[in-house]
Design a binder for this molecule. Structure first.
Ligand code: DX5
Ligand code: ZN
Length: 218
C-alpha cells in the first residue's frame, strides 16, 4: 500500500461552528484551510486571526492553502501561527525560492501551488526547496467544482520529475476530489488529497474521508 494522506477542506464546513466541524474529522491527516482574499481569487474566506483560533481548537496538523496576492508578504505569518504546512501560489509570489526558505526557517513545511493552466516545467528546478507541490484540479476559489482531467498529465510529470531527482516532495491535488475521481489522481501519482464537499457533504464526514483514503491507497 502507498502512503497517502487525506486533508478535508473546511471550506465546505459550517463556518459559524468551525471547532465542532473539525471535531467531526478526527481521522484526518491534516485540516486543509483555504485562505482567500477576494483579489487573487473572486472569493473571501478567512485570515490569520481565524487560523490562530483554529490552531487553538484542534490538535490536528493545519495545512494552509493561501489563495492570496502578495504571498511573499503574508505567508510567513501563517508559519508563525503554527501551521504544519503553508502553501502559496506560484502566480502570487515574486520570489518563490526565497519564500519557501522563509517558511521552512519558521518551522513550517513549504508548499507551492499551481493553477490548472500554470506550467509545471519552469518550477522543476526548485522542487528541492519544497515539501509539497499542490496541483490545482479546479480553478481556485470555490468548493464543489468538477475535477479537471486535463491536469492529470501534469500530476504524472510532477511525480516522475520528483522520483527521477530523488526529491521527497509530496504531490497534493485539490478540487473535485471524490470517489469518482480520486483513483485517477492517485494513479497519476498524487499522494496528498484535499476533499471539501466529498467529506463535509457526507452524513458521516470521518467515514467519508477514511473511505476516500482507502480508495486512494488501493
Ligand atoms: C478551492 C479550494 C478547495 C476546495 C475544494 O479553491 O482550494 O480546497 O475546498 O472543494 P471540493 O473538494 O468541493 O472541490
Ligand atoms: Zn484548497
Amino acid at each position: 500500500q502507498r502512503s497517502v494522506h487525506l486533508h478535508p477542506s473546511i471550506l465546505s464546513a459550517d463556518f459559524s461552528r468551525l471547532g465542532e466541524e473539525i471535531a467531526r474529522i478526527p481521522s484526518a491527516d491534516a485540516v486543509h484551510v483555504d485562505v482567500m482574499d477576494n483579489h487573487f481569487v473572486p472569493n473571501l474566506t478567512l485570515g490569520l486571526p481565524v487560523v490562530e483560533a483554529i490552531r487553538r481548537a484542534t490538535s490536528l496538523p493545519l495545512d494552509i492553502h493561501l489563495m492570496i496576492s502578495d504571498a511573499d508578504r503574508w505567508a510567513p505569518g501563517y508559519a508563525e501561527a503554527g501551521a504544519e504546512s503553508v502553501t502559496f501560489h506560484a502566480e502570487a509570489s515574486g520570489a518563490p525560492i526565497r519564500l519557501a526558505r522563509e517558511l521552512r526557517a519558521r518551522g513550517a513545511q513549504a508548499g507551492m501551488a499551481l493553477k490548472p493552466a500554470t506550467a509545471l516545467e519552469p518550477y522543476l528546478d526548485m522542487l528541492t526547496e519544497l515539501d509539497m507541490l499542490l496541483l490545482m484540479t479546479v480553478e481556485p476559489g470555490f468548493g464543489g467544482q468538477a475535477f479537471l482531467e486535463v491536469v492529470l498529465p501534469k500530476i504524472r510529470r510532477a511525480r516522475q520529475a520528483a522520483d527521477d531527482a530523488g526529491v521527497p516532495v509530496a504531490v497534493q491535488v485539490d478540487g473535485g476530489i471524490s470517489a469518482q475521481t480520486i483513483t485517477a489522481a492517485a494513479e497519476a501519482g498524487a499522494d496528498v488529497f484535499v476533499a471539501g464537499s466529498a467529506v463535509y457533504g457526507a452524513d458521516d464526514p470521518d467515514a467519508a474521508l477514511i473511505a476516500l483514503r482507502d480508495q486512494a491507497a488501493a
